[in-house]
Design a protein around this ligand. Structure first.
Ligand code: NAP
Length: 295
């Protein structure tokens, strides 16, 4: 598998997003926790060295699965989490971005994952969902994370669900290493943010790289798209592999974290890095119609 950079750390370009390991709606435990742990172990045995998680997946469930499956962690495994959200008792996703809450959430991640330092903490903003001024000031939020970085509890800081202005401000304020926004062949709205990452050499870690499980299911839309299917047939690959290869071709610091609870899908996703799209494929795929999907 090829490598790229998350900050100054070398990681394989295909990592793993752990959100899909919780129960339905990312709420509560999965039906078969042992199967979820088998997926995690298989991922790491087959080269995954970048896992994306959050304490609010479950909540608590996914971090516990990661610890139970993988602790003590292999050398070089980078664990990335995100803070800034919480769940209510029905599973709704709510903002929780006060600086003190962010610090508490980092501590919870350290405890549940049983590590002394998080490799990467993403500040998950709600600036795209909430009216202007409804969130705590960005500088205060990043300041709280930078204090934890000073204390050695965080190695690197990233931002998530943000526009280009926030990325610029975050680069200036604390030197973020990555942006995690929704982006896929089905949703290219954040092209300007991707451009900014290229200009500054930041990693771009798209969430919903297959278009997401929500809103009708990205993989179903990918399979139905004639252009994606044509390229898949040409290379003897699946439509989801084409969608992931397209992302890899967009930027050398694009790091993938496709999420799955299935061993078969995991193997398929890991193999997306083993073939290349040519110029003819990329031109054809540029014409894929965007699909409004999401949470
Ligand atoms: N920062 C944020 O706000 C944020 C938001 C959402 C997600 N994330 C992170 O981003 C990661 C990726 O997002 P995601 O997992 O929601 O979306 P995704 O990777 O776009 O799609 C996941 C969906 O695709 C299916 N799938 C995966 N591989 C497949 C394959 N090879 N063939 C067919 N179907 C396949 C999964 O079902 P199966 O389980 O059946 O394979 C699941 O339904 C998450 O795991 C999470 O860590 C971050």
């Amino acid at each position: 598998m090829s490598t790229s950079y998350l900050g100054d750390k070398t990681v394989h370009r295909v990592g793993f997003g752990a959100m899909q390991l919780a129960g339905p709606g990312v709420f509560g435990p999965p039906a078969d926790p042992e199967a979820a742990k088998a997926v995690l172990r298989h991922a790491v045995e087959h080269g995954v060295d970048h896992i994306d998680t959050a304490q609010f997946y479950g909540p608590d469930v996914v971090n516990d699965l990661i610890r139970e499956a993988l602790h003590p962690y292999p050398e070089g495994l980078r664990l990335a989490t995100k803070v800034g959200a919480r769940r209510d008792d029905k599973g709704a996703w709510l903002p929780s971005g006060e600086p003190a809450a962010l610090k508490r959430q980092v501590e919870e991640n350290l405890r549940s994952l049983r590590v002394e330092r998080m490799d990467l903490v993403n500040l998950r903003r709600f600036e795209r969902e909430l009216p202007d001024g409804a969130e705590p000031p960005l500088a205060d939020q990043l300041g709280a994370l930078a204090e934890l970085r000073e204390e050695g509890k965080i190695d690197m800081i990233g931002v998530s669900n943000v526009g280009a202005d926030t990325v610029r401000a975050a680069i200036d304020a604390v030197g973020v290493v990555s942006v995690q926004n929704a982006y896929s062949i089905l949703n290219r709205a954040d092209e300007p943010v991707l451009r900014l990452c290229r200009e500054h050499g930041l990693a771009f870690v798209p969430f919903f790289p297959l278009g997401s499980a929500f809103g009708g299911g990205g993989p179903t839309h990918l399979a139905a798209d004639p252009r994606v299917s044509a390229v898949a047939r040409k290379h003897g690959r699946t439509p989801t592999q084409v969608a992931l290869a397209w992302l890899l071709a967009r930027y050398e610091r694009m790091l993938l974290i496709p999420g799955t609870s299935s061993l078969g899908h995991l193997d398929e996703n890991l193999a997306a890095d083993s073939f290349s799209l040519d110029q003819e494929d990329l031109s054809l795929l540029d014409a894929v119609e965007p699909v409004p999907l999401g949470a």
